[in-house]
Design a protein around this ligand. Structure first.
Ligand code: LUZ
Ligand code: MOS
Length: 766
């Protein structure tokens, strides 16, 4: 949001897809989705639906004029099922009617019969059956086999991390309006306008220049609209093209929760080896990624897991393997962190287990092994800054972790039924798309003859504040008041071939493109100003709507200069393209320099567990975060807090449950996210003097990294639980719901009949 958008947003005046005025003749689409996870569709009779009130058409795969295929990385995903269904929630048919209600009623009237097939839901089972999305990949450094022999301690273990529902406020949707020549204008709630344009063209058998995609803003996305906004736009476009009428689709919350993918659940094995000083000498893991029924972005997410396998640590001998396992669940997809949170959870679990076996503080192992400048990642790149250490040590000091731990110990001694835990969570996150070609962006800047300015880029505003940041870049580069600038909608006619606004790189790359375009105009204006003021061009600069000569304001204003430039037939528009320099990666050797830079930081998380009930609070989180030279500290603190709370949710109360392939948590009464009352006291600070030479205006990307601070909540809870049950081994199975806490604390004291009353009484008396 830019400043101009905040007031209308707050007043509820900003328009989302569902709020746009109905175009004349508007129809509404609803989807028949598979109720079963794996089956042959033996009968699909749409006539009962066609006979329903208000129905304009019922469409199936047979009605797709182009390719019935929306797979991006792998061509394995039909838009509408053909013959077989592979997950519960898979779209089979589309009904278009005069009202959303009539469309949904008619969809329910379709007569479909299924011959159910056996399904696979567990990633390890899928791997054992050879059901993989793509071949497995392994990153390695040094020689783990040799290294195990020199370790004093080697421990192994297993971790599970659950999926996560995006729960963007605005559900998936699109509005498609046929234009002259049956070209289509699509307003889509997507992070990837070009992906929508490309896939719609493909499905409809059209060329991309027949399809315009426009995005004003999204009501949240979190990765859920990077790939998975596309089918809904394609479904509406299919109906609009065939019927030559405007069509809107907007999923209800339960539809969205049942039909769309979420964060990938992972099941992982780890093995870690250390010397008696706590130096990690070797680390080995296998990640079983539950990819669901189609590839979607899973291979890229798998890759990012490998890139983040060692978290914030330098480990000289590493071998990490990742398998993308095909199951009969909805295709899991991008979610803030994109595979990195899953990998970091495994790393922290391994360290925690090692600390437990060695009888040392987890924090000492963490600190001992933090990345230093020049250390090599398993993928060959070297750490460029010493900010992992700086952030960790500043967190220790600023939040006085020694005092917190002392208080915690004392609290735990004095409270038999309540225990506290403290965990530090260091984060290191690579910035850039891991697919090198996606690291490009463009901007189009117009200055109108009255001096007002219009900026278009490929960045999509989804509440993350990218427009505010681009506004800052444009105002700074042009030397004008931000009030002169409008950030336009993201539109494929103005900025083409956009990468998704994803990978935390939206402001970085589109900001750079904006800077380049503005600089080109500034250079032209400088020449005109030099002529008018009769002074060398290198003495001219622009500041606060004034032309400056040698740093002092001249009599020439921005507006006068702009109009004078127009009269002299100087172009007041510029288009610019930015491609992140230097980055490369070789998938043969699995080595390269895939990231422009890394973001670092450390959180200190404090939690209290009620050991009788299993309920808990995350009390306080202190964060030292490396934001470079923040482009907008208010936006960045907002991202830090929001990401952190989302990460805490993933690790604690957000439990995504499937039973036999059916989502049991498809409403807000069954899927819990943190509410405002459960949000901890958060104290976030940015690392000082952390200017980043590798991003726009020396800033750093912010979107995803803070989510991973939330992983600390798991380990703070675990410490509290183990203060109550020091006899039990740590478990690494997230989310740590109150039920799971209770089972850890007392589960072994229940007999088969239920509660062992004598034991329970003893527990109460303690
Ligand atoms: N999307 C993507 C992402 O296509 N590639 C990435 O590397 C990535 N990383 C984070 C979030 N989304
Ligand atoms: Mo994303 S997980 O769409 O940056």
């Amino acid at each position: 949001m830019s400043n101009r958008e905040i007031a209308p947003h707050t007043r509820g005046e900003s328009l989302f897809v569902g709020d746009l005025p109905d175009p004349p003749g508007l129809l509404h689409a609803a989807v028949l989705a598979s109720p079963v996870p794996h089956a042959r569709v033996v009968r699909l009779d749409t006539t009962p639906a066609a006979d329903c009130e208000g129905v304009a058409a019922v469409l199936t795969a047979a009605d797709v004029p182009g390719e019935n295929q929306i797979g991006g990385i792998v061509q394995d995903e039909p838009l509408l099922a053909e013959g077989e269904v592979h997950f519960a929630g898979q779209p089979i048919a589309v009904v278009v009617a005069d009202t959303p209600r009539n469309a949904r009623r008619a969809a329910a009237a379709i007569n479909a019969e299924y011959e159910e097939l056996s399904g696979i839901f567990d990633p390890r089972e899928a791997a054992a059956a050879g059901s993989l999305i793509v071949p497995s990949r392994t990153f390695s450094l040094g020689d783990v086999e040799k290294a195990w022999k020199s370790c004093d301690v080697v421990v192994e273990g297993l971790t599970e991390s659950g999926g996560q529902e995006h729960l963007y406020l605005e559900t998936q949707g699109a509005l498609v309006i046929p234009q002259e020549g049956n070209r289509l204008r699509i307003v889509s709630s997507t992070q990837a306008p070009t992906a929508v344009q490309r896939m719609v063209a493909r499905v409809l058998g059209r060329s991309m220049n027949d399809i315009e995609v426009d995005v004003a803003r999204l009501g949240g996305a979190f990765g859920g609209k990077e790939d998975q906004a596309t089918p809904w736009a394609a479904i509406a476009a299919l109906a609009a093209q065939i019927l030559r009428r405007p069509v809107r689709i907007a999923l209800t919350r339960p539809e969205d929760m049942q039909m769309t993918g979420k964060r990938h659940p992972y099941s992982s094995d780890f093995k870690i080896g250390l010397d008696t000083d706590g130096a990690i000498l070797a680390y080995e893991t296998t990640y079983y990624q539950n990819a669901g029924a189609a590839a979607d972005l899973s291979p890229a997410i798998l890759e990012r897991s490998l890139f983040h396998a060692t978290g914030s640590y330098y480990i000289p001998n590493v071998r990490v393997t990742a398998l993308s396992c095909k199951t009969n669940l909805p295709p899991f997809t991008a979610f803030r962190g994109f595979g990195a949170p899953q990998a970091m959870f495994v790393m922290e679990s391994a360290i925690t287990r090692a600390a437990e076996v060695m009888g040392v503080d987890r924090r000492d192992i963490q600190r001992r092994n933090l990345l230093k400048e020049g250390d090599t990642f398993p993928y060959g790149m070297r750490a460029q800054q010493g900010n992992a250490h700086r952030a960790f040590d500043e967190a220790l000091e600023r939040f006085d972790v020694a005092a917190i731990e002392k208080d915690t110990d004392e609290y735990n001694r004095n409270h038999p039924l309540r225990k506290r835990g403290v965990a530090m969570m260091p984060v290191c996150f690579g910035i850039s798309f891991t697919s090198t070609f996606l690291n490009q962006a463009a901007a189009l800047v117009h200055i109108y003859t009255d001096g007002s300015i219009s900026v278009s880029t490929g960045a999509v505003e989804m509440g993350q504040g990218v427009n505010a940041k681009i506004l800052t870049v444009a105002a700074h580069t042009l030397g004008v008041d931000a009030g002169r600038i409008v950030i336009e909608t993201t539109n494929t006619l103005r900025v083409a071939n956009t990468s998704p606004t994803a990978a935390s790189s939206g402001a970085d790359m589109n900001g750079r493109a904006t800077e380049i375009a503005c600089t080109a105009i500034v250079e032209r204006l400088r020449t005109v100003a030099a002529e008018i003021l009769d002074t060398p061009a290198d003495r001219i600069s622009f500041d606060s709507d004034q032309v400056m000569v040698g740093g002092a304001a001249s009599e020439l204003s921005w507006e006068k200069l702009v109009f004078e430039s127009y009269l002299r037939r100087v172009s007041l528009s510029a288009q610019a393209h930015y491609a992140t320099p230097r980055i490369h990666f070789d998938r043969e050797t699995e080595k390269g320099e895939p990231f422009a830079y890394h973001v670092y930081g450390t959180a200190v998380v404090e939690a209290t567990v009620d050991c009788l009930r299993g309920i808990y609070t995350i009390d306080r989180v202190g964060v030292i975060h490396d934001a470079g030279k923040s482009l907008n500290p208010l936006v960045d603190i907002g991202q830090l807090e929001g990401g952190l709370v989302q990460g805490i949710g993933w690790m604690t109360v957000e439990e995504l449950l499937f039973h036999e392939g059916r989502n049991l948590t498809d409403t807000l009464s069954t899927y819990k996210i943190p509410d405002i009352l459960s949000v901890p006291e958060i104290e976030g600070h940015f690392l000082e003097d952390a200017e980043n030479p590798n991003a726009v205006m020396r800033s750093k990307a912010i979107g995803e990294p803070p989510l991973m601070y939330g992983i600390g909540a798991y380990f703070a809870l675990l410490d509290a639980m183990r203060a109550f049950r020091p006899d039990r081994e740590a478990i690494f199975h997230s989310p740590m719901t109150p039920e799971r806490v209770l089972m850890f604390l007392h589960g072994d004291r229940l007999d088969e009949e239920g509660v062992d009353v004598a034991e329970a009484e003893t527990v109460v008396q303690r």
